[in-house]
Ligand binder design. Structure first.
Ligand SMILES: NC(=O)c1ccc[n+]([C@@H]2O[C@H](COP(=O)([O-])OP(=O)(O)OC[C@H]3O[C@@H](n4cnc5c(N)ncnc54)[C@H](O)[C@@H]3O)[C@@H](O)[C@H]2O)c1
Length: 444
């Protein structure tokens, strides 16, 4: 099938590469000329495990093409996925400007039946709005009064991939959700995904949009729930890791997303939770539970800073080492990473910050000012008054902790991800602080 993907970011590029991999001919479009230049030159603009070899393979075979022209891509393809960003506005609403721009551009270039598929995460009802936008922007020859003389459909196909395992997630989805209004749209999307042999959930458009809202918000809720439990663990001397294990074996609960830490971040959960709260508000419902989820997430960062202040006493003029900046491991994505808030709060108190991240330092340079970015984890630790672990990169587990202890001015570790076995540090004479581990119980 000839497919176009508009927006070649974390989702669009992975979708394009994977659809080429399962046999389609794909054109990935982006309006960022530098990105398109890189893609055409074979450079992958993001870090995503497993993506590069597949991208090279299908580019060479010409099953995967890159372009900055929505016009040409629209004319060529029948199915057009929209995968542009939907960032938060200041009031928490999703900003759908990019979606509208793309819908208009597609409409202006339509000359035959097209299926527009929302891949971006959008508020419920966006499907209707896209439909109206397309109808209003069709070329004059395809409009007669309110009647469209060229057929099109708008479908919702929310994406559930996780950065860091995006290719694997795309190729082996738990389910594929498609929200459609017509048999034709359903048939086309069934055809697109047939090679994956995945479980399909077919609904109307609004329901598919709602499934994405509800899924991300539920996962964020799990994180804030265990973070609240961690706060109590610290106060009563219980260990949240064992609590999560004990809860997780219950199949009704499951162990995933029960990791206490400095809270969720990234380009999805914070903005999608905000957007769902706003959507509920506009529909006349006060989504108190989700507002609480968001508050708990903010509190986690604040309480981590308090913990550091409590143990380090004066922050001003202290040097703080940071391991990990990305919002989670295996990605270079810094969007709304918890590390940004934590580092900025420490800098406001006068700390000097020296940091290392295996993949996210280029992106971090745009987000963080006044940070010394170091060549490796040892350089970040050198001469620091404490060490903060903010992202759970596996490679940190392979570091020589004895050497790290020798490099630090004070051997104090704040593990914001409960990533390390605390005993490793304690046995080497470090003071170790995790989150919800029964605070103080493991300090040397
Ligand atoms: N990143 C994730 O893990 C993830 C997972 C599921 C869903 N989503 C959703 O998918 C959507 C895209 O997210 P992302 O992380 O890939 O964003 P991104 O910012 O990485 O990519 C968006 C791309 O769209 C391009 N773009 C913007 N306007 C355009 C236009 N008019 N024409 C062509 N290209 C245009 C941008 O240049 C950019 O490259 C969002 O709605 C997001 O919520 C993201």
């Amino acid at each position: 099938m000839e497919i176009a993907i508009i927006g070649s970011g974390y989702v669009g590029l992975v979708t394009g590469v994977c659809l080429a991999h399962i046999g389609h001919t794909v054109t990935c479009v982006d309006n960022n000329p530098e990105k398109v230049r890189k893609l055409k030159a074979g450079e992958v603009p993001i870090y995503e495990p497993g993506l590069e070899p597949l991208m090279h393979k299908y580019s060479k075979m010409k099953r995967l093409n890159f372009s900055s022209s929505i016009e040409a891509a629209t004319k060529k393809a029948t199915v057009i996925f929209i995968a542009v960003g939907t960032p938060s506005k200041k009031n928490g609403d999703a900003d759908l400007t990019y979606i509208e721009n793309v819908a208009r551009a597609i409409a202006r270039n339509m000359d035959s039946y097209k299926l527009l598929v929302e891949k971006s995460t959008v508020p419920v009802q966006t499907g209707n709005r896209i439909e109206r936008t397309v109808a209003l922007n069709l070329p004059a020859k395809f409009r007669r009064g309110n009647k469209c003389l060229v057929e099109f459909d708008v479908a919702s196909n929310p994406e559930f991939l996780r950065e860091g395992s995006a290719v694997e997630d795309f190729m082996n989805p738990d389910r594929i959700v498609i929200g459609v209004k017509s048999r034709r749209a359903e048939q086309l999307l069934r055809e697109v995904y047939a090679p994956l042999k995945a479980r399909l959930v077919v609904t109307n458009v609004a329901t598919a949009e709602m499934i994405k809202h509800a899924s991300n918000s539920f996962l964020a809720t799990k994180i804030s729930f265990i973070n609240s439990v961690a706060q109590i663990c610290d106060r009563v001397g219980a260990d949240v890791l064992s609590v999560a294990e004990g809860m997780g074996y219950d199949r009704r609960i499951g162990r995933a997303f029960l990791n206490a830490g400095i809270g969720y971040g990234g380009s999805c959960f914070p903005k999608d939770v905000d957007a769902f709260v706003r959507l509920a508000e506009k529909s006349g419902y006060d989504f108190k539970l989700l507002k609480g989820v968001r508050d708990v997430n903010e509190q986690q960062k604040a309480s981590f800073i308090h913990l550091i202040e409590d143990k380090l006493w004066i922050i001003k003029d202290k040097t703080i080492a940071i391991w990990g900046l990305a919002f989670k491991a295996d990605t270079d994505d810094m969007r709304r990473a918890a590390s940004i808030d934590i580092i900025q709060a420490l800098q406001e108190e006068g700390a000097r910050v020296q940091a290392f991240d295996p993949k996210a330092m280029d992106n971090a340079r745009h987000e963080l000012k006044g940070v010394k970015f170091c060549a490796d984890a040892y350089a970040a630790a050198k001469g620091a008054d404490c060490l903060l672990v903010l992202t759970e990169w596996e490679e940190f587990k392979r570091l020589d902790l004895k050497r790290v202890r020798g490099l630090l001015r004070q051997a104090v570790v704040f593990d914001g991800r409960n990533f390390f076995d605390d005993k490793l540090f304690v046995d080497l004479g470090f003071e170790y602080h995790g989150i919800g581990r029964g605070r103080g119980a493991h300090a040397s």
